[in-house]
Ligand binder design. Structure first.
Ligand code: NAD
Length: 355
């Protein structure tokens, strides 16, 4: 069970340190190896994804990732910016499936902008395709329009496309995830307007034949956005393409009101994965010892569940987080008057004590 640990920038090293302590407290034979990534990779080796870091990520069975992003490197050419590291890892490791749970522990219902009864106990999973769609389709560019009513004017254009293999493999991961949860899957597309979406719907429906126990329905993305805000607890698992998933998963994250709580996994076809919190490097609070490590600790739980098939250990970590919240222990981002405010390390201590 070799884990590549890539802390990255900003609060990355602080929050990853706590997740590593939690993993070590489980007394499993993990082998941990560290490498620089993002701005830290550029500072040490002149590239946000140094060759040695990429090699370590390839050799490992799973990757625990903090966050990348450092304003000191914002003026570098795009390929050298810290954020390119995560795109490079996704591409090189073929991490095509992004799993983002949106879970609202009932103790934190007050943090949401929605009414507590609408969101309390929310537990949905968004499965987003990560390596295809309009974000990667060719051709794309800015040119002089060759035809149409604005011929000769400058125009921007992109290409939305999905191959059958791409849709099949993400659909399989979504159906398998639904089997491990409430056995309900909603596929989100725009099949009333887009050919790509019509094709997506056809293939998802075909894959459904292999998972008859899962109840599948289809929603147009505009309706899905409405339902997500109106009645988010109606959803179990949502599967969608790269662009729709990008937007819906951020909306779902904000339903919970606490970005410091949300883990994520990016998987390849054999369940090797990169696990990271959904938030960024939070340079505004880096080095202060106040960042919330729970999203990273919960990412480590996902690592155990998806890459090492250790669901019981994953459950233990998730329950420990629930216990800590139940005791009223909070980092500053989720703090409410009357509760006990702690720093990053003390939060790690509390989770380990609850384990
Ligand atoms: P961010 O998620 O880093 O921060 C947004 C706000 O949430 C900030 O006020 C921050 O203090 C707070 N916050 C985030 N995580 C927190 C935590 N664990 N505990 C307490 N508060 C927390 O987003 P941003 O400010 O837009 O971006 C900062 C940098 O992170 C940028 O360089 C951006 O490119 C990068 N980024 C990286 C990733 C990634 O590594 N996958 C994702 C998003 C953004």
């Amino acid at each position: 069970m070799k884990i590549a640990v890539l802390p990255g920038d900003g609060i990355g090293p602080e929050i990853v340190a706590q997740a590593v302590r939690v993993l070590q407290a489980l007394d499993e034979p993990f082998e941990l190896e560290y490498a620089e990534v993002g701005g830290a990779g550029y500072a040490a080796h002149g590239h946000p994804l140094p060759p040695a870091t990429l090699q370590l990520a390839k050799d490992a069975d799973a990757i625990l990732f903090g966050a990348v992003g450092d304003f000191r490197y914002d003026n570098l050419a795009r390929p050298l910016r810290p954020e390119q590291a995560i795109l490079g890892l996704r591409q090189h490791l073929e991490l095509f499936a992004n799993l983002r749970p949106a879970i609202l522990y009932s103790q934190l219902a007050g943090a949401s902008t929605l009414k507590p009864d609408v969101v309390s106990g929310l537990n949905l999973l968004i499965v987003r395709e990560l390596t295809g769609d309009i974000y990667f389709g060719q051709p794309r560019g800015i040119r002089n329009a060759p035809d149409g009513p604005f011929a000769g004017e400058r125009e921007g254009f992109d290409t939305m496309r999905y191959a059958e293999t791409e849709v099949r493999r993400i659909a399989r991961i979504a159906f398998q995830s639904a089997m491990k949860r409430g056995k309900r899957l909603t596929s989100v597309d725009k099949a009333n307007v887009l050919e790509t979406s019509q094709f997506w719907r056809e293939i998802v429906s075909a894959v459904h034949q292999d998972y008859p126990d899962v109840k599948l329905d289809h929603l147009y993305v505009d309706n899905a956005a409405m339902q997500l805000v109106r009645a988010p607890k109606d959803f179990d698992v949502i599967v969608t393409g790269n662009m729709f998933g990008d937007i819906l998963s951020d909306a779902a994250a904000m339903l919970t009101g606490s970005i410091g709580m949300l883990p994520s996994a990016s998987l390849d076809a054999s369940n090797k994965g990169l696990y990271e919190p959904s938030h960024g490097s939070a340079p505004d609070i880096a080095g202060k010892g106040i960042a919330n490590p729970l999203a990273t600790i919960l990412s480590a739980a996902m690592l155990l569940r998806y890459s090492f098939n250790k669901s019981a250990q994953a459950d233990r970590i998730e329950r420990a987080v629930g216990t800590v919240l139940e005791k009223g222990i909070r980092t500053v981002d989720i703090h409410e008057p009357g509760l006990r405010q702690v720093g990053t390390r003390e939060m790690g201590d509390a989770v380990i004590a609850a384990l």
